[in-house]
Design a protein around this ligand. Structure first.
Ligand code: COA
Ligand code: MG
Length: 290
């Protein structure tokens, strides 16, 4: 299981040279360089060239750099895949993926285009059919470089006609199923975007809700959203301290071989030890990014 922090995944339009440059100074764990929804048809080819050249030139430090391509059925998809793979990003994000077969096909196309085996395939979960096929899509991770699910709730709202209010009740089933499917196959799962850039309180509340659902992080649309996502999706100091106490307690000679012990008055089992190790690993991985 990977402890790679993916708390904050910032989209930026591939046509926006200024944003691509600014990203080199931003504290986002992941940069999603977009060729799809945020780029107008007439600007697609220029954006592709700019993003490919930018990724090749590098300068993004420890941030994971992921290129979002257009769908394979669009006039730009195939060229995007070729250019993205050749640029050598950490990952490629594909939109509108709806089946395990589509994941396998994308994975093959990326390999043929020369993408490193170490680079990831990220997929948008944003259509009704994708929700119905979540288990099968996630299972494709066993035989491909599938790395992460990214929720596309703006598209899902459009496709389903669901109207999600502040509590996102209309999406709870889809969100929970996506997290469950991702966990079943050990891949990352990232929550959707919060469109109202000016509403900091609403954004923070939605980050917390995403954390409660089990998401690893949130997709973002503006630099002002980075710090909150980084803080909400990181284990708190108390959580890390508690995790270290659990690890220390199980390591005591008198607890050797035990399946259940008491730590700070709470029943603590081996499953809590596993979770404690994960929390410490994530926290150390976050420290290593700094
Ligand atoms: N990534 C990197 N930098 C960004 C950014 C982003 N997503 N959004 C804004 N910035 C930069 C701006 O370039 C500007 O830089 P400067 O201070 O050097 O001038 C600064 O942050 C402040 O930007 P601001 O004026 O508040 O926003 P804007 O009006 O320029 O842009 C949006 C607003 C919504 C157009 C822009 O935030 C954006 O394009 N977001 C991403 C949209 C996207 O990719 N959607 C696809 C997935 S849903
Ligand atoms: Mg979309």
């Amino acid at each position: 299981m990977t402890a790679r922090p993916r708390r904050s995944c910032l989209y930026m339009p591939g046509a926006n040279a200024k944003a691509l440059e600014k990203a080199k100074t931003l504290a986002a764990d992941v940069l999603l360089l977009d060729l799809e929804d945020s780029v107008a048809p007439d600007a697609k080819a220029d954006a592709r060239d700019r993003v490919a050249a930018t990724v090749k030139a590098g300068g993004y430090g420890k941030r994971e750099v992921v290129i979002r391509v257009n769908g394979v059925a669009t006039p730009w998809g195939r060229d995007d895949i070729r250019a993205a793979a050749a640029a050598g990003p950490d990952g490629v994000l594909a939109p509108k993926v709806e089946s395990g077969a589509a994941v396998a096909e994308l994975d093959n196309a990326l390999t043929e285009a020369g993408l490193s085996k170490d680079a990831g395939l990220w997929v948008m979960i944003e259509t009704p059919r994708a929700i119905l096929n979540l288990a099968e899509i996630a299972a494709a991770a066993r035989a491909t470089r599938l790395t992460a699910f990214v929720m596309g709730l703006n598209d899902l709202a459009k496709e389903t006609r669901a109207r999600a209010g502040r509590d996102r009740a209309a999406f709870h089933a889809a969100m929970s199923l996506a997290v469950t499917a991702a966990r079943a196959e050990g891949i990352t799962v990232i929550d959707g975007v919060y469109n109202d850039i000016a509403d900091a309180a609403g954004f923070e509340a939605e980050c917390r809700q995403g954390l409660e659902f089990g998401f690893d992080g949130k997709t973002l649309i503006h630099p002002s959203q980075i710090d909150v996502a980084n803080s909400v999706f990181a284990p708190s100091a108390e959580e890390v301290a508690r995790a270290r106490a659990v690890i220390a307690a199980f390591a005591l000679p008198e607890n050797a071989g035990k399946g259940v012990i008491k730590v700070d008055g709470r029943m603590t089992e081996l499953l809590h030890l596993e979770e404690a190790k994960r929390v410490v690993a994530v926290s150390e991985a976050i420290e290593a990014l700094a």
